[in-house]
Design a protein around this ligand. Structure first.
Ligand code: NAP
Length: 348
């Protein structure tokens, strides 16, 4: 067992405090690594505030974790000391169920999340806001050369959450029109992947102030302000695909109306209240609505390699651990461009 230091939420106040705990010793199938960087996902905010009503405290969040291998188990041959590696939002799956057999282990009902979950030894998992990680080798990905560790961190959840549904649902046909609802961590990666796939991209945002950067920095073609009813109406039936990344409850009808015939809308954002919409919004236009959960380990590795090859990186603000509570507060106000990445490389 190894002493570990990190930051934990001790209750649902949303505040994080320094926290010491013990990680399991590196098992024969495990990889241990020093954490150098960890992204701050909105899921971390939902979880530390208990917005999904399943939080267990103390909670060490963080599931966009990048670091350097410090130890490998006796059965691990794919990683060596000094390798740059990453862990996303899962650390275990059963390996036997239909989802696991289909290499879609993120849907395994017996799967274990990287933090705030009960592991097979009945301990609670602790995430990447910490000095080091120990994880089963099956859930460890390799950082490609040319992809810096700080930039790689947000790809492990924000990146794969945008990339996987676009690939899976065929939302990659050159020249088609993608709408990205919500320009945050996941949304800005959807814009970047959309452009890399040759799509026309329109951002639909509740923040008018994001227009200039969306176009000039991220490469979006068009920008719609969701509260501008006239502009939303004029854009009816123009989109082939929509990825909805919004973290808060919102009306669906106006977005479904943007879809053209046979359009597809995929949800990845997880508001804490149910959606309501009229069936006719789907019936007139044969439209599809779906959901998606991060991506598999295989897809995550494929996406990292794709990003390294195409030079795709997130746009992020690097912070030191002592800024964590301010960062969480700013994230709650959509005031981040477009992901916070905690730099642990100088220690905690
Ligand atoms: P984020 O960086 O906070 O971005 C969310 C964006 O939603 C904001 O930037 C904002 O964009 C928009 N938004 C926020 N509050 C809003 C409101 N009241 N009304 C309308 N729009 C609002 O969050 P994220 O890390 O990208 O995560 C987004 C959501 O996806 C979260 O719910 C998170 O838990 C979930 N998630 C799901 C998966 C999955 O596998 N399905 C994986 C990761 C994250 P604008 O300012 O442009 O409107």
């Amino acid at each position: 067992m190894d002493a570990c230091v990190g930051y934990a939420a001790l209750d649902s106040s949303g505040q994080l405090s320094p926290f010491s705990f013990v990680r399991r010793a590196t098992g024969q199938d495990d990889v241990a690594f020093k954490v150098t960087h960890c992204g701050i996902c909105h899921t971390d905010l939902h979880q530390i505030r208990n917005e999904w009503k399943r939080s267990v405290y103390p909670m060490v969040p963080g599931h966009e974790i990048v670091g350097i291998v410090i130890e490998v188990g006796s059965k691990v041959s794919t990683f060596r000391m000094g390798d740059r590696v990453g862990v996303g939002c899962r650390v275990r799956s059963c390996g036997k169920c239909k989802a696991c057999q289909k290499k879609a282990e993120q849907f395994c009902a017996k799967g274990v999340f990287t933090y705030n979950a009960v592991d097979i030894d009945e301990t609670i998992t602790y995430g990447g806001y910490s000095s080091h990680m120990v994880a089963n080798v099956k859930f460890v990905v390799r950082m490609p050369d040319g992809l810096p560790s700080d930039a790689a961190a947000p790809l492990l959840v924000a990146g794969i959450t945008a990339y996987s549904p676009m690939r899976h649902f065929g939302m990659v046909e050159n020249g088609k029109h993608l709408g990205v609802v919500g320009l945050g961590g996941v949304g800005h990666m959807a814009v970047k992947f959309g452009k890399a796939f040759g799509l026309k991209v329109t951002v639909i945002s509740s923040s008018p102030g994001k227009e200039k950067e969306a176009k000039e920095l991220l490469g979006a073609d068009e920008f719609l302000v969701s509260s501008d009813k006239g502009a939303m109406q004029r854009a009816s039936n123009t989109l082939d695909y929509i990825l909805d990344t919004v973290s808060a409850p919102h009306e669906l009808g106006p977005y479904l109306d943007l879809l053209d015939l046979d359009g597809k809308m995929v949800f990845v954002g997880v508001p804490d209240k149910p959606f309501a919409f009229n069936a006719t919004s789907l019936i007139y236009g044969r439209k599809l609505v779906a959901g998606s959960l991060v991506g598999s380990i295989q897809e995550t590795q494929e996406m990292l390699d794709f990003c390294a090859e195409k030079g795709i990186t997130p746009t992020f603000e690097k912070i030191t651990p002592d800024y964590l509570n301010q960062a969480m507060d700013r994230l709650s106000k959509s005031d981040v461009k477009y992901r916070f990445v905690i730099d642990f490389s100088n220690g905690l």
